[in-house]
Write a protein that binds this ligand. Structure first.
Ligand SMILES: Cc1ncc(COP(=O)(O)O)c(C=O)c1O
Length: 462
């Protein structure tokens, strides 16, 4: 049995009310999935914070680039030159989308994790790094591995957290403050302008982990005064393997090449190598042309939305979701700060007495709804929020609708009222429906248990 894929653009005629229709058409909006009790249903994708489906316009631009594809930066052939131009113009469009200054560099990376590891190698020796304990592991582990990193406890309010940040910056000299643009667990943010002002006053630079911010809110390096931003194409409606690191040139020109190899050099002899400046210095190997084209296309589609439309769409969905879930008995929404401003469309929650993994498996098996469960690669934050065993997360994007959100709220209500309709058992660290008849389309019938064995962010303690 194959998944029915409808790549036709969703019609936006019902969009008079925010959230009724997708804001932008995504590939696979009408994909149906099988249910364990039988039958099929349109997949309700409420996991775009993990990975978002491609925009139709992204898929179209990738399809248009494919016949022109050839080697980049190396070939004399006409199509090599076209591909090189496509790649370099994509770089410029990505940089423009995040408000890069004239002298900033845009390195095309694989994703946010890649970009943060790259930058960690370029922070000058001896330069200390400061982060908060609410970061995704991608904005913690590269610094931890590098050496001197201070992890500041997040305080219960934004005001107190900024005060603690200011105190720490006054106490110790830091080269870099690495801060999340929006939490992948709650969608909340610290006011970036305040973080930048505190860091500037103490002579530190600021890196914004934009993985959950850039796809959902307008962001500008120039306007915020931040020094670096990193983000992922696969969370920005361009799942073709590219991400970006954009920011100040000096550290990136001075740091060691991220990958030693072809494309990153000026001159090589058997004794020594002179490395190219950034961005090529950090793009050793053959570049991901189609990934860059896809990411640039997604950036332009988001930038082309009317002012405020993205926020309005996500606000309508998030409000409906938060209100619906909060009204259910025993459901608690996660929150880092009591006084934070409007979050993005990420809602972390727990249901009293319900194992998050079991609930997620039920939502998938009996309702065709995709959410995330576990510890979201943010173990220190989950511990701070008092849910070290994990939680659930629903997240919306430009392809989400009120119908998706309503289906989730109704399904959780049904679970609370009568429990799951199927039996579930724990195997390889994940809950699975007993007697799951669903084939895994496109994987040649791979055993679901094999899929469940992926390491993810580490199993939740049980
Ligand atoms: C806030 C945040 N930072 C970094 C990452 C890592 O992104 P990637 O897996 O694309 O490298 C994620 C992924 O979930 C994230 O949510």
């Amino acid at each position: 049995m194959s998944v029915l894929v409808d790549c036709a653009p969703a019609r936006n005629s019902a969009a008079s009310r925010p959230g009724l229709a997708p804001l932008l058409p995504v590939v696979g909006a009408d994909t149906e999935v099988p249910l364990v009790p039988g039958g099929r249903i349109r997949y309700a994708d409420l996991d775009s914070a993990a990975s978002s489906r491609a925009l139709v316009s992204v898929a179209e631009q990738v399809a248009a680039a494919l016949p022109l594809y050839a080697s980049v930066h190396r070939g004399a052939g006409y199509l090599s030159q076209v591909s090189t131009a496509l790649y370099e113009s994509a770089r410029e469009r990505i940089a423009a989308f995040v408000g890069a200054r004239d002298d900033d560099v845009c390195v095309v990376t694989r994703h946010t994790t890649d970009a943060l590891n790259l930058l960690a190698g370029c922070v000058p020796d001896g330069g200390a790094v400061l982060v908060l304990d609410c970061e995704h592991h991608a904005d913690l582990l590269p610094w931890q591995r590098r050496g001197a990193v201070t992890v500041l406890p997040t305080e219960p309010t934004v005001v107190a957290t900024l005060r603690a940040l200011g105190t720490e910056l006054a106490r110790t000299r830091y080269a870099l403050v690495a801060v999340t643009g929006a939490s992948n667990v709650t969608g909340e943010s610290l006011p970036l302008a305040d973080v930048v002002a505190l860091a500037r006053a103490a002579g530190a630079r600021v890196l914004v982990d934009g993985a959950q911010l850039v796809p959902h809110r307008a962001f500008s390096l120039a306007a915020t005064g931040a020094d670096y931003v990193v983000f992922s194409g696969h969370k920005t409606y361009a799942p073709f393997g590219a991400g970006a690191l954009v920011g100040r040139r000096d550290w990136l020109d001075a740091g060691p090449a991220y990958l030693a190899g072809g494309g990153a050099v000026h001159e090589v002899s058997v004794e020594e190598t002179s490395w190219a400046p950034a961005p090529h210095r950090h793009e050793g190997g053959s570049p991901n042309v189609l990934g860059a084209v896809a990411l640039a296309a997604a950036c332009e589609a988001l930038a082309g939305l009317p002012a405020g439309a993205l926020e309005e769409h996500e606000r309508a969905l998030r409000d409906r979701l938060s209100e619906g879930l909060t009204a259910l008995p025993g459901v608690r929404l996660l929150r880092i700060w009591a006084d934070s401003e409007e979050p993005t469309g990420v809602v972390g929650f727990i249901v009293d007495g319900a194992d998050p993994g079991l609930l997620a498996a039920y939502l998938s098996a009996e309702h065709g709804i995709g959410v995330r469960d576990g510890r979201f690669c943010a173990h220190p934050l989950l511990a701070r929020l008092g849910v070290p065993e994990g939680a659930l997360r629903a997240s919306v994007g430009v392809g989400s609708t009120l119908d998706d959100v309503d289906r989730l709220v109704d399904a959780v209500a049904e679970f609370l009222a009568r429990g799951p309709g199927n039996r579930y058992e724990l195997g390889s660290g994940r809950w699975q429906p007993v007697g799951d008849p669903r084939p895994l389309a496109g994987l040649g019938g791979a055993d679901p248990a094999v899929v469940a064995r992926g390491a993810g962010c580490g199993p939740a303690p049980r």
